[in-house]
Ligand binder design. Structure first.
Ligand SMILES: [Zn+2]
Length: 167
C-alpha cells in the first residue's frame, strides 16, 4: 500500500493540473485534500464552504491503488461536483445539499450529470479507467447498486463519450 503522504502528494499535484487545465472557475478557491478514514460508501467526497473546497478521501481510496489515470478520473469527478456547485444559485445549492441526502433521484442525477460534464471536458478515458478499476471483482448486485446511484458504468461512459465524439 502507498503511504498516506505519497497518496496526498499525488492528489494535490493532479488537482493543481486539473484546475489549470479545465476547472478555471475553481482557481480562486483554496482546495484542501484531507483524509477521512471512516468508510461511508464512497472513496471520496467533496464540499464547499465559502472560498474553500474540501475533498475528503476514505480509507478505501488509499487501499484502492489507483493508477494515475483512475486517480485523475476520480479527482476530475470531485472537482466537477464543486464546479457545478459553484455556479448554482443559493436556492439551487440548498436544494442540492438537501436533495442529495434525502432524494435518490436528486443524488443519482447529480452523479450522472457530474460524469457527463467531465466526459464533455475530455476526461472520458480517465473516468473509464476509474470505472474499470471500481468494477473489478464486484458482483452484479453491487454494480447494479452503483448504477442506481447514478455512477456510469464503463460501458455507459464509453457509449456516451462516443455519442458526443469524445472517445
Ligand atoms: Zn460524485
Amino acid at each position: 500500500m502507498q503511504s498516506k503522504q505519497q497518496f496526498f502528494v499525488r492528489c494535490r499535484k493532479i488537482v493543481k493540473e486539473l484546475v489549470e487545465e479545465s476547472f478555471s472557475e475553481l482557481k480562486d478557491k483554496r482546495i484542501v485534500c484531507f483524509y477521512f478514514p471512516k468508510y461511508f460508501g464512497a472513496v471520496a467526497f467533496s464540499f464547499n464552504i465559502s472560498s474553500y473546497v474540501f475533498i475528503g478521501f476514505t480509507k478505501r481510496a488509499l487501499l484502492s491503488n489507483f493508477s494515475s489515470k483512475s486517480l485523475i478520473g476520480l479527482l476530475a469527478h470531485e472537482l466537477s461536483h464543486m464546479n457545478r456547485f459553484s455556479k448554482m444559485s443559493f436556492i439551487g445549492k440548498c436544494k442540492l445539499i438537501f436533495g442529495y441526502y434525502f432524494s435518490n433521484k436528486i443524488s443519482s442525477n447529480e452523479e450522472a450529470e457530474t460524469d457527463r460534464y467531465i466526459i464533455k471536458l475530455g476526461y472520458a478515458s480517465k473516468r473509464y479507467a476509474l470505472a474499470r478499476h471500481s468494477e473489478k471483482g464486484k458482483s452484479k448486485e453491487v454494480l447494479a447498486k452503483s448504477q442506481e446511484r447514478g455512477y456510469m458504468s464503463s460501458e455507459e461512459i464509453k457509449n456516451y463519450a462516443k455519442s458526443i465524439n469524445k472517445w
